[in-house]
Structures are given as C-alpha cells and as structure tokens.
Design a protein around this ligand. Structure first.
Ligand SMILES: Nc1ncnc2c1ncn2[C@@H]1O[C@H](COP(=O)(O)OP(=O)(O)O)[C@@H](O)[C@H]1O
Ligand code: SF4
Ligand SMILES: [Mg+2]
Length: 373
C-alpha cells in the first residue's frame, strides 16, 4: 500500500466538511409483497424488510450499520443506491430527494454513490481483465481521465495495494482479498463521494479481513469518501466507523457515536451483540471471563413481526408494555447527543462485567492497536 493516496480530484476532508450531511434517509420503508394462492396468485402479505428508518451520513464520515442476517441491511443499501425503489420514506443526497428519481435524473449523481459487495467472486466478471473491470465504470460514464484510462487503472491498482502491472490478468488469478481490492478499485474509479460497502469482508478469511478493512479506512480518511459500512457483527465496524446504528427486524434500535455504542450501550440487543464475541481471550489467558448473553431463539419472521417492540420475543427484560407499545427511538437521560435508543426498559450504560471487549482474532487485535497508536 502506498503511503500517499492521491486522486486527481479536489476532494478534501476538512473538519468543517465532516459536519455537512451527505446522505439523509427519513422514514425509509421497503415492503416486499409475498404472493400465494392457487390458481390465482395474489399478494397474501408483505416482508417488512425495512420499516421506517432514519439515518444521516456526513461528508467523509464512516457510518456503520450492524445487525443479524435478514434484518434489512442489504435492502437498506440497495434503497440508498437506488437499486431498489422505496415503498415509502425518502433518500436525499446532497439535499436532493432521489427516492423516486428516474434514471435520467439519477445520472449526474450515479457516479458519486458506489457500492462494494460482499462476495468478491461473484461481483467481478470472470471473462474480463482487471483493467477492463476497473475501467468499465469510466467507459460507461464517458469519463476520460488525463493520461488515459489505462494510466488511471494502474494508479487505482496501486492505491488498493495491487501490482499496477497486473491489469491484464483475470479475476481467477487473484486471491479473495485481492479480488475485493479490485472491487474497491472499481468503486474508486469514478471518484465517489459515498461508498455503500455491504459486508465487504464477510466472505474473506479472518486474517485477510483486517487488511481490507485497513485499506477501506485509508481510502475513507485520505480520499475523504463517506462510507455506509454494513456488517453483521459489531467487531468489524468498531475499527472503522465513527458512528454506528444497530438494526433489528427492519428497524434501527440504537444509534450513536462509537464510544456510546461500544462502551455505554443501552439497548438489550446491543448488549447481546457486544457480548456475542467469543469469551476466550487468546491474547491473555489470565483475563477474567465474564458473563455472556446468549440470545434465545431465532429472529422472528419479518412477514409478521412481533407487536410493540420487535425484540421482545428474545429479550430478557420484556414486560407487558413491550408487547403493546412500540418504543420510540429517543435520547435517554444521561446519554450523549445523537445517542438514541428504542427501549422501554433500557440497560445500565455500561459494558462492565461482560466479555464484549475481547477481540478473539489476532488480526483484528493488531488492527485495533494500530488504529489506537
Ligand atoms: N427481493 C426480495 N423479495 C422478497 N423478500 C426479500 C427480498 N430481498 C430481501 N428480502 C427479505 O427481506 C429481509 C431483509 O433482507 P436483507 O436486506 O437481505 O437482510 P440482511 O442484508 O440484513 O441480511 C429478509 O427477510 C429477506 O428475506
Ligand atoms: S422495549 Fe422491552 S422488549 Fe424491547 S428491548 Fe426494551 S425491554 Fe426488551
Ligand atoms: Mg445482506
């Protein structure tokens, strides 16, 4: 990886710019119809994949979106990148409502919002050379960089830590981590301002995950690109995101700055997610072993979610009120501004006494050390 990342763009991540909203999502909802019946198939219900979420990503900020499989993270990412049309609610990019924008209306901002996918194997065309893959978006958008596209491809390969001479190779000649780097280079080719990264390291070996997270972090910081980083566990985004939202069954149940979410979480589900990391501390066998929360049962179906608080069927604190009243997402007393929780009976703001801080994987531990240093 080169020390200096340079893009031929006027893109600076200034401190002031960090407060400027880039993406604003309000009441965003996506219901997928469920069809059934014979002989006439009709809509018999809806999968409430995303159900009224609000979030803001600021310029050059990294925002983490975390939750178990099936809670609506990818759908949220696809709504934001407009691969899907929302059922209701709005998505605004730089103040412009793009929720129902047509292809033509989207054209000017298409290049500014890019997506990185989970599976580096299926997201790259096996028949195209790396050069072709990375320059593809430039061709489609008619972008001719100074010095030509091939020169730009070489620069991008260097930025993502690959050999610039390998632009004529095919995806199968690269490892999983390298393919994800190619995916990153492709996303960078249009000089985006926002990257939606949907579980970009979940398919990679744990030892490679930290390297790719490191690369993305460097890209975010040095090129000033905002990220919506989607992950299924809190460990990955911890190193990456300044703010984190936790999703459960289509809703955001807690959101806040990194310290609030990891050190002072209030929602029982956030506590459970934090304690779900393995309890053995490989780095220090003498470290005290703490209580762990085990989530009983499966995530309920998003076709017929529980009334009131959707987490109540798995929550150890649930009471009658939880079934009858949906808890609003609000700032609880004592919490920092921007730290919002949706729970009638929140946990104490501490993670003391649990194993959540233990990072089992040495690669992630190394990353943590380097990001603290
Ligand atoms: N195109 C679709 N049609 C019907 N249901 C869908 C579709 N896409 C996703 N879903 C459902 O929506 C819910 C949320 O899915 P998804 O956004 O992929 O979750 P996640 O990325 O958090 O695992 C799941 O129950 C999933 O089965
Ligand atoms: S509202 Fe009730 S069921 Fe939901 S998380 Fe809080 S205590 Fe648990
Ligand atoms: Mg997903």
């Amino acid at each position: 990886m080169k020390e200096d990342l340079v893009l031929p763009a006027t893109r600076e991540a200034t401190e002031d710019a960090a407060l400027e909203p880039l993406l604003e999502v309000s009441g965003l909802t996506k219901y997928f119809p469920v069809r059934g019946g014979f002989p006439i198939r009709r809509t018999v219900g809806h999968v409430q994949a995303v159900d009224g979420i609000d979030l803001t990503v600021h310029v050059a900020e990294s925002f983490g979106l975390v939750g178990e499989s099936g809670c609506g993270k990818s759908t949220t990412g696809r709504l934001i990148t407009r691969l899907l049309e929302p059922t209701s609610g709005s998505v605004s990019y730089r103040g412009q409502d793009i929720s129902h924008a047509t292809r033509k209306q989207l054209a000017p901002i298409r290049s500014e919002i890019q997506m990185i996918f989970q599976d580096p194997y299926s997201s790259l065309n096996p028949r195209q050379t790396v050069g072709k893959i990375i320059s593809g978006p430039m061709e489609i958008n008619g972008i001719a960089p100074a010095g030509g596209r091939e020169k730009r491809v070489r620069e991008l390969l260097e930025i993502v830590g690959l050999n610039p001479e390998h632009f004529n190779r095919f995806p199968h000649e690269f490892s999983g981590g390298q393919r994800q780097r190619i995916g990153v280079a492709r996303a960078l080719s249009l000089e985006p301002k926002l990257i939606v990264a949907d579980e970009p390291v979940s398919a990679l070996d744990v030892s490679i995950q930290a390297q790719v997270v490191n690369l993305l972090q460097q890209v975010q910081k040095e090129l000033g690109i905002a990220f919506l980083f989607i992950a299924h566990d809190l460990a990955v985004v911890r190193h990456f995101s300044q703010r984190v939202a936790v999703m459960y069954l289509g809703k955001i149940i807690e959101v806040g700055d990194r310290e609030s979410i990891y050190d002072r979480p209030r929602h029982p589900y956030t506590h459970a997610l934090l304690s779900a990391v393995p309890e053995v501390n490989l780095m220090d066998e003498e470290a005290p072993q703490h209580e762990r929360i085990r989530l009983a049962g499966d995530v309920p179906s998003p076709i017929n979610p529980p009334s009131g608080c959707r987490f109540r069927t798995r929550c150890w604190k649930a009471q009658d009120k939880c079934a009858s009243e949906e808890p609003p997402l609000v700032r609880l007393s004592g919490n920092r501004s921007g730290h919002l929780t949706a729970c009638h009976f929140p946990e104490e703001p501490t993670t003391q006494g649990r194993a959540e801080d233990i990072v089992l994987d040495p690669a992630l531990a190394a990353l943590e050390e380097s990001s603290e240093g």
